[in-house]
Design a protein around this ligand. Structure first.
Ligand code: NAD
Length: 497
């Protein structure tokens, strides 16, 4: 007899395809491949471009301007020129513009959701229900702050930090943009944004939105390109603050470049989160939480619960239920509304996931792979679970940034804490247990910026998010996130609250 309350064995039914219309992304529209500098659309000074492709089909989507040093100079100059008027506006006027942007993003949510799917490869279910609404929520939240900065905890009349260089990764292109642009604009700062090279399209579409919302020219500038464009922005003496989200390796490089300068820096870097399951955890909710923790966005999530720590007595039960549940995930066309797991963002990222998965096997862990056919074109990796993983294994230590879960065990809460903290990272952690006191005891001892209890991957603009150790410093969201874009007023030295 089945041990499960519900037999999920296939009854032989299939979902009918439910594709979202790709035409709403308006890929053939206007100036979208050009740089947005000082309120105008410009080609790169040397005319260079680079292509962006769909990770799900390899289809060429657009050619985008490749910004060089001259373009970065122009963008920083435009942001500097716009700063006095923008920061001099009454907060309520900046709020109006941010509210307008938030509403316009909501009105065009479907277009942004589809465009993000095409450029990133993630499922429409996620861009529609998470990326775009959460980006809009950040704009709304910070619009509310724009006329209340006196209450941000920095004393009366805090000043904007100035010209912000914002550099974002490819895993949540629009959302990471909103995490930086919304507080910067609310504070009265101006921005030069550098989107990731594999996902530039929603940032350029957002610039269109800013133009239509009558945001003053130069308040937001977008320079597209790869690492060299980002590095030119980091080195630029006209930038007052760098807000970086990306890999720990690049974050360290940026920190070295800025050391000894008076420019401010926040780093949101990688992670290797422990998702810790005690024997008394409610099993069905826990399995859903584990799946969400590692397979959301194909595991391209800095705070992904990529190390599962299971209390020994329930290890076999958890693994059995988990693999059974993973077997029901639908991998394929990310524009299909029934798809759970989309494409890997780039061939380079796919190669890294394959390499680390092979290392896991070579180091002696047992590999289980969901039995799902992979599309012939595009970049795909099936949901994968490793059991019998040792703490020193590379798949327990390094960020894989893909749909790969490493399972380890523990016997006591102390051992769970020791193993969870045994990584250079410290971004997030999850605890699954029905005992409130144990949650508090664990949360006190886990070295992570965010600890979720009986849930995972919860985000709210009012709640600060960020890491410790090699996961970076600085917070995004909440009052703490706003502080990164403000200075106490000239007549006050310190921070209260
Ligand atoms: P990446 O560091 O390669 O690139 C991030 C951005 O930096 C891109 O725009 C890239 O073009 C730019 N860049 C690359 N080299 C640069 C340089 N030398 N100087 C300046 N800019 C440079 O990271 P990625 O592969 O795009 O993103 C994945 C990483 O981002 C993962 O490690 C993930 O954990 C991390 N991430 C962290 C958070 C967080 O909030 N902590 C959120 C999302 C992603």
């Amino acid at each position: 007899m089945s041990r499960f309350p519900l037999d999920l064995g296939s009854p032989g039914w299939e979902y009918a395809p439910a594709p979202e219309a790709r035409t709403v992304a308006r890929l053939d529209a206007g100036a979208q491949g050009r740089l947005f500098i000082g309120g105008t659309w410009q080609d790169a000074a040397d005319g260079a471009t680079f292509p962006t492709h769909s990770p799900a089909t390899d289809e060429h989507l657009a050619d985008v301007a490749l910004a060089g040093g001259t373009d970065v100079d122009r963008a920083v100059a435009a942001a500097r020129a716009a700063l006095p008027a923008w920061s001099g506006l009454p907060g309520a006027e900046r709020a109006k513009l941010l509210f307008r942007l938030a509403r316009m993003l909501q009105e065009r949510a479907r277009e942004f959701a589809v465009l993000e799917v095409l450029d990133n490869g993630k499922p429409i279910r996620e861009t529609r229900d998470f990326d775009v609404p959460t980006a809009a929520a950040h704009l709304f939240h910070h619009a509310g702050w724009a006329d209340k900065l006196d209450h941000a905890g920095l004393g009366p009349a805090p000043r904007p930090v100035g010209v912000v260089g914002a550099i974002v990764p490819w895993n949540f292109p629009l959302l990471m943009l909103a995490w930086k642009v919304a507080p910067a604009l609310a504070s009265g700062s101006t921005v030069v944004l550098k989107p990731a090279e594999t996902t530039p399209l929603t940032a350029l579409r957002f610039a269109e939105l800013c133009e239509q919302a009558d945001l003053p020219p130069g308040v937001l500038n977008v320079v597209t390109g790869a690492g060299a464009t980002g590095a030119a922005l980091v080195r630029h003496p006209g930038v007052d603050k760098i807000a970086f989200t990306g890999s720990t390796a690049v974050g360290k490089d940026i920190q070295r470049t800025l050391a000894g300068t008076d420019r401010r820096l926040t780093l949101e870097l990688g992670g290797k989160a422990a998702n810790i399951v005690f024997a008394d955890a409610p099993i069905d909710e826990t399995i859903e939480g584990i799946v969400d923790g590692i397979f959301f966005n194909q595991g391209h999530v800095c705070c992904a619960g990529s190390r599962l720590l299971v209390e020994e007595p329930v290890h076999d039960l958890v693994v059995e239920r988990l693999t059974r549940r993973i077997g029901t995930l639908r991998l394929g066309d990310p524009l299909d509304k029934n798809t759970d797991v989309g494409a890997i963002n780039s061939p380079a990222q796919l190669a890294r996931i394959r390499e680390l998965a092979d290392v896991g096997e070579a180091e002696g862990a047992q590999r289980w792979t969901a039995d799902c056919p992979l599309p012939e074109r595009g970049n795909w990796f099936p949901p994968t679970v490793f059991t019998g993983v040792s703490q020193s294994s590379r798949i327990a230590q390094e960020e894989i940034f893909g749909p790969v879960l490493s399972v380890l065990t523990f016997r006591t809460p102390d051992e769970a804490v020791t193993k969870a903290n045994n990584t250079p990272y410290g971004l997030s952690a999850g605890i699954w247990t029905e005992k409130g006191a144990r949650i508090l005891w664990m949360a006190d001892r886990l070295r992570a910026g965010v600890v979720w209890a009986n849930t995972f991957n919860r985000f709210d603009p009012a709640s600060p998010f960020g890491g410790v150790k090699e996961s970076g410093f600085g917070r995004e969201g909440g009052r703490q996130g706003l502080h990164a874009y403000l200075e106490p007023s000239a007549d006050r030295g310190g921070i209260d609250g």
